[in-house]
Write a protein that binds this ligand. Structure first.
Ligand code: G4P
Length: 526
């Protein structure tokens, strides 16, 4: 098969949701359809979220599981589908943001009873920044929940998405009878924990057909007719191009745990989801069908076993063909490297591969050469965009509690930052180090891993900060003045970029007003 054929075969996507909406269950059902797993319960995924634990031993265990489920690939209708797992726990939101840079589309799962939740909002915002094509799956229709029209309104207003339903529920909870697929013009009848065999599907092209009344009863049938009429008059007709541009999101209804509505979702996904897309670099746009290989690292996973310090860097192939044992340029390090054991992930099985194509994710064993965002090419100097750091939400000073282990502490901190566990800022005035994270959990993770993997120990000291903003200016004189005046509020990130540490929303506002020539950025990419 040539590059074009391989490209057309691939669909790389992520499933995002607020914890408990049903992401893991849906993933599992998709894998079952694809024959990648044989029984339910095989995907444990990142269950850290489940207990909202502050117990880091639990996290350590989960890290082992989540590396196996980081990428799950399966074949369905001659397509190779790559699902990238995203941690559900909010403290790991930044991991999820980065993973979203490596997908070409997403499926958003929403709980019918809970509607749009906080984490869904945050994640969809990141997708919208990049116009990522989105399909919405409204889950748990076997339970009582919100009215379907109200939910669509909620999705439109809270997530800022334009939607059009491609399936529609008949009843809900106790009265749930199935869904009508506007995409396939079928009525699919629901049986709890059913396999959704073919006999549950009734082909109805004309909604006036009395077969509809026979199957679901006269009243529900009339209601359905009315609702479908409203849908066709209120919501836009579905066009794939609009979806691909991120301008419209098709919506499906179902019940993942009952394996209901999942096949319809998957079939439509396979028809409409984009093949590997182009990616922006600082230098130019890279197209997937370019013959030369390029790729970037979006995630780094450390080995849990302290005796084997190697890590796995997850690389998304963006163009050309990645080949085993071939020399590639590590752009940041300006050196050539080759990889004897690149790994692919098929569900929970890992295997060494000889080749990988755009859209594929390759695991590279790494002894500390990689950092999130690193680019590999055949020689061209490129820097892929879209892997920013976001301003952390929690900050603490780090103190070294074992001066004999300073070297280990610094090395450990550097490597953990490369992995993207947290962000480290070094203050300009006194050189003190501040760790910034999205959630409180990472502080425990860092302390624990420094001790167990690097033999270093630290403690934290509270520091009252509101935001870290990257600063820039077109006017060097203004920048110089800003640096002189605000030295005590300035720090450098691990890339040496200047960051303003704002104590409160008010100090930030004042700084913005007093220094109009300085730009304050809330992500590291500007
Ligand atoms: P997540 O990855 O998004 O966090 O959600 P997950 O799939 O783990 O699902 C959260 C809970 O919701 C699970 O129940 C799961 O069984 C349930 N669930 C998923 N889909 C449906 C559905 O269509 N209908 C109903 N009624 N429930 C659904 P749990 O009791 O928390 O866990 P488990 O013991 O069942 O694994």
């Amino acid at each position: 098969m040539n590059l074009t054929d391989e490209l057309q075969k691939r669909k790389t996507f992520g499933i995002v949701s607020h914890p408990d909406a049903g992401k893991t269950t849906l993933t599992e059902k998709l894998l079952l359809f694809g024959g990648a797993i044989q029984e339910a319960g095989a995907v444990k995924s990142n269950k850290i979220k489940k207990h909202a634990t502050s117990d880091f031993m639990e996290i350590e265990k989960q890290r082992g599981i989540s590396v196996a489920t980081s990428v799950m690939a399966f074949e369905y209708r001659d397509k190779q589908i790559n699902i990238l797992d995203t941690p559900g726990h909010k403290d790991f939101a930044e991991d999820t943001y980065r993973t979203l840079t490596a997908v070409d589309s997403v499926i958003v799962v929403i709980d019918v009873a809970k509607g749009v939740e906080e984490q869904t909002e945050k994640l969809v915002k990141v997708c919208r920044m990049r116009n990522t094509p989105i399909i919405v799956f409204i889950n748990k229709l076997d339970r009582e929940g919100k009215d379907a029209f109200d939910l669509l309104d909620e999705v439109e207003t809270m997530l800022g998405l334009k939607v059009t339903p491609l399936s529609w529920p008949v009843g809900m909870g106790q009265r749930f009878q199935g869904v009508y697929s506007l995409y396939e013009q079928n009525l699919i009848l629901f049986s709890p924990h059913g396999k959704q065999e073919e006999e549950g599907i009734v082909k109805i092209t004309d909604l006036q057909d009395t077969l509809l009344d026979q199957k679901i009863g006269k009243r529900p049938a009339d209601e359905l007719r009315e609702e479908l009429h409203t849908i066709t008059s209120v919501y836009p007709e579905f066009h794939r191009e609009d979806y691909l541009k991120g301008a419209i999101c098709p919506v499906f209804f179902g019940s993942a745990v009952n394996n209901f509505g999942v096949r319809e979702l998957l079939d439509c996904f396979v028809d409409i989801a984009p093949p590997p897309l182009s990616r922006e670099t600082e230098e130019r746009i890279v197209k997937p069908d370019e013959p030369k290989f390029t790729g970037f690292v979006f995630k780094i996973h450390a080995n849990m076993d302290p005796k084997h310090r190697d890590r796995i860097a997850f690389l998304r192939v963006c163009s050309g063909v990645f080949r085993r044992n071939t020399n590639y340029l590590h752009v940041r390090q300006e050196k050539y490297m080759k990889f004897p054991n690149p790994t692919a992930f098929m569900a929970s099985k890992k295997s060494v591969i000889d080749e990988a194509y755009p859209g594929d994710i390759v695991g590279l064993y790494d002894s500390g050469n990689f950092k999130i965002g690193d680019t590999l090419t055949e020689g061209e100097v490129l820097h892929f965009k879209g892997i920013p750091s976001f301003s952390p939400e929690q900050f603490r000073f780090v103190n070294n509690t074992d001066p004999m282990k300073t070297k280990q502490l610094n090395k450990g901190l550097d490597q953990l930052m490369d992995e993207g566990v947290a962000q480290l800022f070094t203050k300009e005035d006194n050189g003190r180090k501040i760790v910034g994270t999205v959630g409180a959990l990472q502080f425990d993770v860092i302390q624990h891993r420094l001790k167990h993997e690097y033999g270093a120990s630290c403690n934290y000291e509270p520091v009252s900060l509101y935001k870290a903003c990257w600063v820039s200016s077109k006017d060097p004189a203004a920048m110089k003045e800003f640096i002189t005046r605000r030295k005590k509020d300035l720090a450098k990130d691990t890339d040496g970029k200047l960051v303003f540490l704002a104590e409160s929303a008010w100090t930030l506002k004042m700084a913005q007003e007093n220094h109009p020539d300085i730009e304050f950025h809330f992500t590291s990419e500007y």
